[in-house]
Design a protein around this ligand. Sequence first.
Ligand SMILES: [Mg+2]
Length: 226
Amino acid sequence: MKKAVFFDIDDTLLDTSNFAKSARKSAIRMMVDNGLPIPFDEAYSLLKEIISQKGSNYDKHFDVLTKTVLGEKNSMLIALGMITYHNIKFALLRPFPKTTDTLIYLKSKGYRLGVISNGLTIKQWEKLVRLNLHNFFDEVITSEEVGFEKPNKYIYDESLKRMDCEAENSIMIGNRLDTDCMGAINAGMSAILIDPQVTPEEIQRIEEDNLDIEIIKNISEIEDLL
Ligand SMILES: [Mg+2]
């Protein structure tokens, strides 16, 4: 019987949130130093507000920022912001420690490996390729492709079908209890929650409902479980 392990990408294979934060701060610093006429803290708060309004996959955050501050778009500042953002992000981008070792270990144990990720297909592939992890995965399934986001059961059903595996032989690994783990449990899979900041409430919920979810602090602990 084929056994499958599925991974989430963001904040599971790489520290997406922190990379994005550092990159945004550097971009704002560059824009302020080059003439955006408001203090750094104010500009950074404004950018965060624009991102939460427009979503992180919107590609014109800096356009909106300059328009809001100056009353019109400023192409030089937008270009400076975008270039700085991308340069910093790609300079920092790397998997969490031991990620590659863990994937090699799972392959050696005969598991088929997949990705189930909420996001835009090309953007998520871009991360896997830049991290040099893309060759480990037999299937990469995104919410954009499938039309449903985790925790919707359908994205798990579709992933299992593509991987040609049964739910009871499959495990989902991710950093969010609700999004990654509960969706997998509802689809009949088991789950591993990688969360260094797991809350007592989350632990209690897993224990009380007797959920088939293991909690670990980092990806290297997978070797102790699988
Ligand atoms: Mg995640």
